[in-house]
Design a binder for this molecule. Structure first.
Ligand code: HEC
Length: 193
């Protein structure tokens, strides 16, 4: 894995003197990443809701399979950030987190267990990759009621959903979630200027 070490956490927050840390100004790129990262999930949710209403969860699987990567690609093109989704228990075989994302997702699970609101969990850092600074942003994707139709406990999924998931994702690890669990995260990165 190419990630070497974390240079700064949230830029300004670390460089500010300890007593001023609480008032530290957030680096502007963090707000930018947050805005891009938060723009994709509502779009996907709208597509999922429409498709589930039309053809049930089994009918929406194929749409999710195509639309989710497509929406991430569109956001990447529009914003200049690389945008994708990852999970500690992934369905798409490519949605495996790297070391930084894994540590972030594990931290989100701990913070959620300690009572933080899952929908607000985020992490931002400038990370050195092959000697070059890269801005990285991770935002938790909590499991909503609707998500459990395809990510809930295996014995609660409809037989049609189970059959289709088995055919499309033989190594699927993304079931067994309940409402409020962290299903995964949006992950964004770009070279620091
Ligand atoms: C209609 C079924 C369906 C519903 C409903 C659904 N998903 Fe998924 N989800 C999928 C499929 C299929 C994939 C794999 C997509 C792909 O191939 O990239 C996936 C992948 C993901 C991933 C990418 C990581 C991985 O495991 O591959 C995340 C994160 C995710 N879903 C979160 C959610 C969340 C959060 C919700 C609710 C808002 C949700 N999903 C609702 C079917 C669904």
């Amino acid at each position: 894995m190419a990630y070497l070490r974390i240079v700064t956490l949230l830029g300004a927050a670390v460089m500010a003197p300890p007593l001023a840390a609480a008032q530290a100004v957030e680096a502007p790129w963090v707000a930018e990443a947050r805005q891009v990262g938060m723009s994709v999930p509502p779009k996907l949710l709208a597509v999922l809701q429409a498709e589930i209403a039309r053809g049930g969860a089994e009918g929406a699987i194929e749409v999710c399979r195509v639309q989710a990567p497509e929406l991430a690609r569109a956001a990447s093109q529009e914003s200049g950030w690389s945008v994708r989704r990852v999970s500690l228990r992934n369905r798409n075989p490519k949605a495996v987190p790297d070391a930084w994302e894994r540590a972030g997702l594990e931290d989100f699970d701990r913070r959620a267990a300690a009572g933080e609101a899952p929908a607000k969990l985020e992490l931002a850092a400038v990370v050195s990759v092959d000697g070059k600074p890269v801005q990285r942003y991770l935002r938790a994707l909590p499991t909503l009621e609707l998500c459990t139709q395809c990510h809930g406990p295996a014995d609660k999924l409809s037989p049609a959903v189970v059959a289709q998931l088995k055919a499309l994702y033989p190594d699927d690890r993304a079931t067994g979630y309940k409402v409020g669990d962290i299903r995964g995260a949006m992950t964004l990165s770009r070279p620091a200027p």
